[in-house]
Design a protein around this ligand. Structure first.
Ligand SMILES: CC(C)(COP(=O)(O)OP(=O)(O)OC[C@H]1O[C@@H](n2cnc3c(N)ncnc32)[C@H](O)[C@@H]1OP(=O)(O)O)[C@@H](O)C(=O)NCCC(=O)NCCS
Length: 175
């Protein structure tokens, strides 16, 4: 049974380290950025980032780190980091977590969620994942991460219904 929690707990920085490392997508610096955000939140030194965790049978198996973008229009959020523990990938947990986040943010009056991801081949499944979650590619910043690795900016417009009258997360709920 999958459950979700917002509250960050003492062991979460280490859990986040293990989940991020397990994916094989992030270098040590990226992993440490995730851990530092969690530690700063625990020490109440950060109010711009939040986490939503997915727990499966009392084990934390995925997390998303997000926040409201301070200099953008009110209700504009960004997903900063997202990972599912490697052996739990492809089971629908990431999709459920994003759906939960969308529902939560919509209740808070959010209008838009942005995220940045990479153009290199390693991230092709990640881009596919976001597209399946309803995000649309908005812009590409060439050479942002590396000479041949561009930044792909995706957005989900929470005010938009599709041509069937459904909001994006309702696809997830129907499956
Ligand atoms: C991206 C990530 C968070 C997705 O989480 P997940 O739990 O594996 O995703 P799900 O099982 O919920 O998959 C949801 C959808 O994405 C698609 N998807 C997931 N992994 C995929 C893959 N390897 N190839 C193609 N599609 C994939 C699934 O087909 C599924 O779509 P469907 O439900 O319509 O069939 C996870 O794979 C991950 O941690 N990846 C490495 C780190 C990463 O890229 N983080 C994001 C950085 S921007």
């Amino acid at each position: 049974m999958l459950s979700f929690r917002n509250r960050i707990e003492k062991n979460d920085p280490e859990i986040i380290r293990q989940i991020a490392q397990s994916t094989g997508f992030f270098d040590d610096n990226d992993v440490q950025i995730n851990v530092n955000i969690a530690e700063n939140l625990l020490n109440q030194k950060d109010s711009n980032h939040k986490f939503l965790f997915a727990d499966y049978m009392n084990k934390t198996v995925a997390y998303v780190c997000y926040g409201e973008i301070p200099d953008a229009k009110e209700g504009t959020y960004e997903i900063y980091w997202l990972s599912t523990l490697n052996e739990y990938r492809g089971l629908g947990i990431g999709r459920n977590l994003i759906n939960k986040l969308i529902t939560k943010l919509r209740k808070k009056g959010a209008h838009k969620i942005y995220l940045k991801t990479e153009s290199k081949d390693l991230y092709a499944p990640t881009r596919k994942f976001y597209e399946r979650c309803g995000f649309k590619l908005q812009a590409v910043l060439p050479g942002y991460y590396d000479d041949f690795d561009s930044c792909c900016i995706y957005a989900l417009n929470l005010d938009e219904r599709d041509s069937w009258g459904f909001y994006p997360e309702q696809y997830g709920a129907a499956e």
